[in-house]
Ligand binder design. Sequence first.
Ligand SMILES: [Zn+2]
Length: 140
Amino acid sequence: MAKRYDIRRVKMHRCYEVSEAADVLGITTQTVRKWIKDGLFVLTAKRPKLIPGEALRKYAQDLTSPKRLLPPGQFQCLRCKTARMPLGMMADYLPTDAHRGRLVALCGVCEATCSRFAKASDLPELSQILEIVTKHVNRA
Ligand SMILES: [Zn+2]
C-alpha cells in the first residue's frame, strides 16, 4: 500500500484545516483524521484544528518512505538513502505532546541528522537499544 502523495502541493508556511489538507493531497477527510490520530501534528489551541503545512508534508512523505518499516532503533538516513543505526547508539527524544514526539539522531555512517516519529509508549522498548535523552523544546 505504498500510495504516493503529491506533497509539493502542500505549502510549508501555511496551515490547513482538515478539509483543506484532504483537498490538497487528494485524500478523504477521514484519512486526514486518521493521520491526526496516528500522530500527525495539529494545532489544537484554536477551532477549527489547523495542520501546519510543514507537518502535513513531512507526515505524508514519511508514509511513502520505507521509514515506516524500519526495525526499532534504526533511522532512515536521507543522505545514505538507507536505514542506519545512529551514531553512538544515541538519540534525542523531542516530545510534541504527552504521547508522541520525534527521535533525532546522527547517522552512524555519515553523521547527517536523521529523525523519525516515536510514541512515548515505545520509548521503554527503544531504550533497550538506544540511549535516549528526552529534550524539552519550546514550541513557539
Ligand atoms: Zn548517513
